[in-house]
Design a protein around this ligand. Structure first.
Ligand code: FEO
Length: 404
């Protein structure tokens, strides 16, 4: 795989159509992913990042098919996470003395992962590396976006920003560039990536984007380490991130529930009906959490102004699929979103209150008493669910009529 990017820059990574789960089994990758590595061949030959360990041998074999490995002058490790550094042990068996440029934190992390003392060259924001023919690499630390060691690398002359995880998506395509792929698919995967991985770092991202834009660097290409490369209007994804970093929400309410004997499901559907009747233009999404993909649901929570969680009561609490999504929501630290809860029960009925309490712990603004229905909800209980939905729609109406 030696796909041209621009002038003397080539893609030498791995497009992984087969991957269905990333970060172990934490992140669903419906469109596969790619592990993007890049080779720059100026007076100096530079490798930017590598691939995940299962692809290491293939990665090195592919490099050997196109270059003499001994011609590599520098390796840039923008990030130490094993999906990008995983092929370094295999590569460095062949070229053990090649300098690896990375942040101080990456040195610690790479040593921790691979227990090897390679030829590390520590860099910090503003440091430059001359690669000949009038071109330089400029490094910018991206601390906690999203690991302590993260950084990005800018190639002068070609005006390419190798952004590592930032601006990436889990999206396999041989077409490589944003002007060649389905824009709707690309948007879904870019948003899912941000929502599920970068949400906790909103404030840092906002600050860092301003810092990058203030540098005024000419930008022809943003080349992330996963997925599609931004060639057409590359700043579009930077501006999109600036929006997402501001506690993003749209006029959407997402209802998420789990149910034992369909009673809570019927409540969920009637709540959705109530929301729609009071606010016909509000986007409503309803998920049975036990049957839904956690990461896709998080994308919907990310877009929502409010979430309504429901569960039957079991063991004086809520069902386990709701515990999983609540924990995820808590960890991601969503801001400025509203929450409400509901559920039906047989005799004790603690679930809706526990859901409300845990929504508050997850940072959601809860101001409505939970809706409860005993046994299977009858017509009166279902009408109460419709009214509950109507009230939420009214109380959660955006003050900005654009809905954003
Ligand atoms: Fe794609 Fe943070 O690794």
């Amino acid at each position: 795989m030696f796909y041209p990017i621009k002038n003397n820059v080539h893609f030498v990574g791995k497009i992984d159509w087969d991957l269905q789960k990333f970060h172990g089994s934490e992140y669903s990758t419906h469109h596969g992913t790619s592990f993007n590595a890049y080779l720059i061949q100026e007076k100096k030959t530079v490798l930017i990042d590598s691939v995940w360990r299962p692809h290491a041998k293939e990665f090195v074999k592919n490099l050997k098919a196109h270059i003499d490995l001994n011609s590599i002058d520098y390796i840039i490790a923008n990030h130490a996470e094993p999906d990008h550094s995983g092929a370094l042990p295999e590569l460095l068996k062949e070229i053990p003395n090649v300098p690896i440029y990375c942040t101080a934190n990456a040195t610690k992390s790479l040593k921790g992962h691979y227990h090897a003392d390679w030829n590390f060259k520590t860099v910090k924001t503003g440091d430059k590396l001359d690669i000949g023919n009038g071109k330089h690499l400029v490094f910018v630390e991206m601390t906690m976006i999203h690991w302590p060691d993260s950084m990005l690398t800018y190639l002068t002359g070609d005006n390419i920003l190798f952004s590592n995880d930032a601006f990436g998506q889990h999206y396999a395509s041989e077409l490589l560039f944003n002007d060649l792929v389905d824009p709707a698919e690309l948007q879904i995967e870019a948003l899912k990536y941000y929502a599920n991985i970068l949400t906790p770092f909103n404030m840092l991202i906002d600050k860092k984007l301003k810092e990058i834009l203030s540098l005024g660097l000419p930008l022809d290409i943003i080349a992330p380490s996963h997925g599609i490369i931004w060639r057409k209007d590359p700043l579009q994804i930077v501006h999109q991130y600036a929006q997402w970093a501001q506690a993003f929400q749209t006029d959407q309410i997402t209802v998420i529930y789990d149910t034992m004997y369909e009673g809570t499901r019927h409540q969920a559907e009637h709540i959705a009906e109530g929301i729609h009747s009071a606010s016909p233009l509000t986007t409503i999404k309803v998920f049975n959490m036990a049957k839904s993909d956690k990461n896709d649901v998080i994308s919907e929570v990310f877009k929502s102004k409010g979430v309504v969680l429901g569960s039957s009561t079991i063991n004086r609490s809520y069902l386990s699929s709701m515990a999983a999504i609540l924990d995820e929501m808590k960890g991601l630290g969503f801001k400025n979103k509203k929450g409400a809860s509901f559920g039906c029960y047989g005799w004790s009925g603690e679930s809706p209150q526990h859901l409300a309490d845990d929504l508050v712990k997850a940072g959601f603004l809860v101001s409505h008493a939970p809706l409860k229905a005993q046994w299977d909800p009858d017509d009166v209980a279902l009408e109460a669910a419709v009214d509950f939905g109507k009230q939420l729609a009214i109380d959660w109406a955006p003050s900005d009529p654009s809905g954003t």
